[in-house]
Design a protein around this ligand. Sequence first.
Ligand code: ASP
Ligand code: MG
Length: 424
Amino acid sequence: MALIVQKYGGSSVADAECVKRVAQRIVATRKAGNDVVVVVSAMGDTTDDLIDKAEQVSPLPPARELDMLLTAGERISMALLAMAIANLGHEARSFTGSQAGVITDGSHGKAKIIDVTPGRIRTALDEGSICIVAGFQGVSQGTKDITTLGRGGSDTTAVALAAALSADVCEIYSDVDGVFTADPRIVPAARKVPKISYEEMLEMAASGAKILHLRCVEYARRYNIPIHVRSSFSQKEGTWVVDSSELEGQDMEQAIISGVAHDRSEAKITVVGVPDKVGEAATIFTVLSDAEINIDMIVQNVSAASTGRTDISFTLPATDGQAALSALNKVKERIGFESLRYDDRIGKVSLIGAGMRSHPGVTAKLFAAIADAGVNIEMISTSEIRISVVVAQDDLDTAVAAAHRAFDLDSEQVEAVVYGGTGR
Ligand code: ASP
Ligand code: MG
């Protein structure tokens, strides 16, 4: 008997019909002789709707109360799903994150899981129940308040429970058939990736691919939990996210590049006219780190000899843009820079593949493809298995398609079906 953890995203439980369909799928898994733990997201756009409501009553809702509100979304879907399963003649019990033993730190809105003690889930499984757990939430160890793990956090709940219960697999269900070589909404000829390593999936998630929550992949890698990303709208085999040792001996062609990810959520700040002296960059980035702002790419130009000044540009989540500008403006005198420029009309394209470690020429080919498409590159950054470039947001789709084509990732026929529409 295997233990399977399944996670259903918001589009898979969008309405009563969807909930009933998912219930059937869960019951089928149970009937096949497995123990089943299910993690659910809030129905459809519930989380966004709740955030809108909060903003209608307060421009800056207290974080504790916002978490209390948002966790209600997942509680609705867990209870409805348990009812739908009961209606099919099977015993199901729903649990909040707190009841399921998801213990977090106290940082509301972006809590980190520090422990999972799924005693009640174990007992319920032993008593023959199917367990339904509300995703994306936990309880703070210190304050005992209800916390949320950040948008898209139900994936992380699922993998964390899978690890704590030593599950055989964690299945993540959404409305697309798996991980694709690019977002099928931009590149209709994108292919489904049958298997991908944790490290490549981490780079994809960090580069803006929304199919899996970044922290869920980190968790899966740490505890070696195989993830099967698939659609709840079809029975097709999806994408397996596994340890790289399981990918050895695979077709080399496929291994060079596994995909092209994109991200529209970042902005670029240029600090203009920074005096070229020891310690200026340190001061700038300390100010940003004190404001708890995560920086992505950084470019510093050579200073012009005549002025002894240089420009430093960096990218960051656009949602942190205003906070960064005001933090920097406070130290304008101290640092002595001339001005700040802000641009949120940027996009980032990333090419990811473990094979680029051993294949020269990948960078040249990518840049040539983007140039041939008539797109200007503004910034560049790389890791061992990723090359990212920043372009104007209006050029983003063109650059993604050009990169995808250049590495022969386009498939002959259209494989990607988007069943629901949100990719979650
Ligand atoms: N419902 C939450 C969100 O929309 C969590 C999740 O779906 O994973 O972000
Ligand atoms: Mg959601």
